[in-house]
Write a protein that binds this ligand. Structure first.
Ligand code: N01
Length: 542
């Protein structure tokens, strides 16, 4: 039996008050619908609320990683750096919450633990970890793609005598690492951003690396006020240009094969990218870098040479050098002094491919070779990405079918927006949409606008339920797969394919068809009266 609701039912429940949930709330209010938002954190911000680790910053330029829905908002907010730090982005999100008076509909410190479809009442019954229950007609998840931290999966973690911090749940008051011997496990974006800053504070730092990543210099700098003024004067033009970009980030795209150009010219092009500090620059230089192994290897070798030229100890340089998977098929990292950090006397690297971790001990970390002693440990071990945040929400659709069962062999959705058998459930940046392979705020705004317009349509046409046709869903899942198969992406054991979570089905989850094509498809579907969706006018029993 679904739990009964003990609060007034509402039209819409939104799960999450990060960038997606806040804008969804704003749009839903604009439709005159009643709404509740549940947020696990004690304030707004989502990813930018939790990931407060030292060095955390965005790797999409600030002027592009911001809402576009209100020209006044974009004019009044001043970014101080090319790539904003976590505190600055959080201040921006708090400003948005204040400006549109959003907090009054948000229940903080509350996690949704079950969402059960009641078909007869045409509602979703939501239960939270604080015991609250509420029914809603439409359920919108805005839980983010990288919000379910993955446990480190190392035995003995609970025995460590000192503090353990996780980059994905960093103490809000910060941490003083001065004078400490620190061990960091994990060298994805979070590790790579935090390691140089931790190294500056700690007495010593040991980095435990399982898979080397490709990282490019961010070239972060204060934003020149004149540049910002000029940008803002042409904001509409820039926003329109962004929507023409495959990744939703402004970038110059080449058209030639990397193998067709003179090697010196290709190196000059890569050098230019190395200097620009845009992570999408090298992959965009030549279209076949993402599709052809030999073309990809030219970029991979360019970055490897940079690592060798930066890191003084050749053995350490070799250990830091990524091999065995194509460049860019794991999320490329942007750093500020990452490779240089390994030239410090106080920093050492443990190559876990050579000597794996056996266990965490009360004193530190024991590998097959040695026990390393620490005062504190930092885990930067990543997330159960894309599906994790949805599957931990206890979602059960028609006939009590658990979303976990439905997705046992990998996520299935139509356009990444809805799942067959789960009527009136919308998933912002869901699997099968560009989400994490795009500038996510661009994808968030597009999904929110699409869902808001859909809700308007449903009301105007007196429609009680919307859900995808199974055929349309199957065709979309196949299309997402086919597009990914044209690229090198599925070849890497990345979180994009769920390879970082033991037992997770290996399916490439985001949609690689690019932002413009995806937007067009979604727009066409809506314009055709929600082609591929089943709209049900049935009246709800009294
Ligand atoms: O997580 P990750 P992340 N023993 O999964 C290692 C976004 N982001 O938090 O690769 C030893 O990338 C794991 O090793 P391996 C961005 O999209 C954006 O860093 O599985 N090591 C890997 O090295 C990013 O891609 C920004 O072999 C273990 C690391 O931990 C995504 O979030 C900043 C281990 C995890 O790397 C995730 O990044 C930060 C174990 N048991 C994040 N388990 C921006 O700049 C895991 N690892 C906006």
């Amino acid at each position: 039996m679904p739990p009964t609701a003990d609060r007034e039912p509402v039209d819409v429940v939104i799960v999450g008050a990060g960038l997606a949930g806040l804008y969804m709330l704003h749009r839903v209010r604009g439709l005159g619908l009643t709404v509740r938002v549940f947020e696990a954190g004690d304030d707004v911000g989502g990813t930018w609320y939790w990931n407060r680790y030292p060095g955390a910053r965005c790797d999409v330029p600030s002027l592009e990683y911001s809402y576009s829905f209100d020209p006044e908002l974009e004019q009044e907010w001043e970014w101080s750096e090319r790539y904003a730090t976590q505190p600055e982005i959080l201040r921006y999100i708090e400003h948005v919450a204040d400006r549109y008076d959003l907090r009054r509909d948000i229940t903080f410190g509350t996690r949704v633990v079950s969402a059960v479809r009641d078909d007869e009442a045409n509602s979703w019954r939501i239960a939270t970890d604080t015991g609250e229950q509420v029914a809603c007609t439409w359920l919108v998840t805005a839980a983010g793609c990288l919000s379910a931290p993955k446990p480190p999966e190392i035995p003995g973690v609970e025995t460590f005598a000192g503090p353990i911090w996780s980059t994905s749940n960093w103490p809000a008051d910060g941490v003083d690492l001065t004078g400490l011997r620190v061990g960091v496990v994990g060298t994805g974006s979070s590790g790579i951003q935090s390691i140089p800053v931790i190294a500056e504070q700690a007495a010593s730092l040991t980095v435990f690396q399982r898979t080397p990543n490709y990282s490019l210099p961010a070239r972060n700098a204060p934003l020149d006020p004149e540049y910002q003024r000029e940008w803002k004067a042409r904001y509409r033009e820039h926003r329109a240009a962004v929507l023409q970009m495959r990744t939703g980030i402004l970038i110059e795209r080449g058209t030639q094969s990397a193998l067709a150009v003179d090697p010196d010219e290709r190196t000059r092009r890569f050098e230019h990218c190395w200097d620009t500090g845009l992570f999408a620059c090298i992959p965009a230089s030549y279209p076949d870098i993402t599709t052809d192994l030999a073309a990809n290897e030219t970029a991979a070798e360019f970055v490897r040479a940079k690592i060798r030229a930066t890191v003084r100890d050749p053995e350490v340089a070799e250990a830091l050098t990524p091999r065995g998977y194509p460049f860019g098929t794991k999320r490329i990292c942007l750093d500020s002094g990452y490779y240089e950090t390994f030239n410090r006397d106080t920093v050492s690297l443990v190559d876990l491919r050579r000597t794996p971790i056996v266990e965490v001990t009360p004193r530190g970390i024991r590998t097959t070779e040695a026990e390393h002693e620490f005062d504190a440990l930092v885990f930067a071990t990543g997330f159960d990405a894309v599906t994790g945040p949805l599957l931990r929400m206890g979602i059960r659709g028609r006939d009590g079918v658990d979303l976990r069962e439905r997705w046992a062999d990998g996520p299935r959705s139509y356009l990444g927006l809805q799942v067959a058998g789960f009527p009136n459930l919308f998933t912002i940046t869901g699997p099968g949409s560009p989400s994490v392979v795009s500038n996510v705020i661009v994808s968030i705004e597009q999904h929110v606008d699409w869902i808001a317009e859909c809700l308007r349509y449903l009301r105007e046409h007196d429609i009680a339920t919307i859900e995808p046709d199974l055929d349309a869903e199957d065709a979309w899942v196949q299309h997402v797969h086919d597009v990914a198969a044209l690229t090198l992406y599925p070849q890497a054991p990345s979180w994009f394919v769920g390879a970082n979570v033991p037992g997770k089905p290996r399916v490439f989850m985001p949609y690689l068809g690019g932002v413009p094509a995806y937007r067009q498809r979604c727009a066409e579907v809506a314009a055709a009266g929600y082609n591929g969706f089943r709209l049900d006018r049935r009246t709800v029993p009294a």
